[in-house]
Write a protein that binds this ligand. Structure first.
Ligand SMILES: *Cc1c(COP(=O)(O)O)cnc(C)c1O
Length: 271
């Protein structure tokens, strides 16, 4: 890798569809090495300790065989967007007992039961109805769940997540859900090749977090900021991300367009 590669800060959304498929353990190891190096370089640019940023590999649409290669290369947590796909993979891979599953996509209340069964973490909480459904199912399972509250920082209507000005009130409702451990906030930036517009989304999430941290109810921790994906994780780290959700840069490009996962994932995001 050249120094220029490590130093450049721009979005890589124009690369969508051009990440080569990882087909061997070696491919995964190489991709992970590159991503970790870029994460460390981003930390260094802003004087952060790399230990303060967690990489969550995102395996949606990828086959069980591919997930097993990622595991062999060292991945011990995987992010999946859709609860059914995640649950199916979890069931098939129960032999990997130290693998943790994170659901990072929108949840309907009728799927809360699935998530309560197997997930360690849910990153897309944005409604009380879903919180209630998860709480009920988790109590039945005798489990707890780390959750992130999803915030819509791009202002695009129809996108999932709470508007920034509704987050405080939402957090005030959280302490009654004793099975939900609020860890922080999550966002998807606008999918744009313009780094400044992407950066604004991340800075907004951080601002919301910093403001609400002072007044958040007891037991509600806002330590974590989950933001950044293959095209923009370095910018997210510069803006304070503690978790980056990276799929294509580790697994290779997806065939399925992102519009399948996010409403109005339009500009620059089509594969
Ligand atoms: C798919 C997905 C990601 C990862 O996107 P890549 O472009 O594969 O890095 C991150 N966050 C969410 C919510 C996703 O659905």
């Amino acid at each position: 890798m050249t120094t220029e590669l490590l130093l450049e800060t721009s979005t890589l959304h124009d690369r969508h569809g051009r990440w080569p498929q990882a087909e061997t353990v070696e491919d995964f190891r190489n991709n992970l090495t590159v991503v970790h190096a870029r994460m460390a370089a981003a930390c260094q640019r802003v004087g952060r300790d790399p230990a303060g940023v967690r990489l969550l590999p995102v395996s949606k649409t990828k086959s069980e065989a591919s997930l097993r290669l990622a595991y062999a290369a060292g991945c011990r947590s995987l992010g999946e967007n859709k609860p059914q796909e995640a649950c199916r993979k979890w069931e098939a891979m129960q032999d990997l007992t130290d693998l943790r599953w994170s659901v990072i996509g929108h949840l309907q209340t009728n799927k809360a039961k699935l998530v309560a069964r197997f997930a360690s973490e849910f990153q897309a909480l944005d409604s009380l109805r879903v919180a209630e459904a998860l709480e009920r199912r988790l109590q039945a399972e005798g489990r707890g769940l780390d959750v992130f509250v999803q915030v819509n920082t791009s202002g695009e209507s129809g996108k999932y997540g709470l508007p920034p000005n509704e987050v405080a009130e939402f957090l005030r409702q959280m302490p009654v859900f004793s099975a939900l451990r609020v860890r922080g906030l999550m966002t998807l930036a606008v999918l744009s090749a313009e780094a400044d517009r992407v950066r604004e989304c991340f800075a907004l999430l951080r601002g919301v977090r910093d403001r609400l941290r002072q007044e958040s109810p007891k037991g509600i921790l806002l330590d974590e900021l989950s933001m950044g994906m293959s095209g923009d994780y370095e910018i997210a780290i510069e803006e304070g991300a503690t978790v980056v959700r990276v799929g294509q840069a580790i697994f290779g490009a997806r065939a399925t367009p992102d519009t399948h996962y996010w409403p109005s994932a339009g500009e620059g995001g089509a594969n």
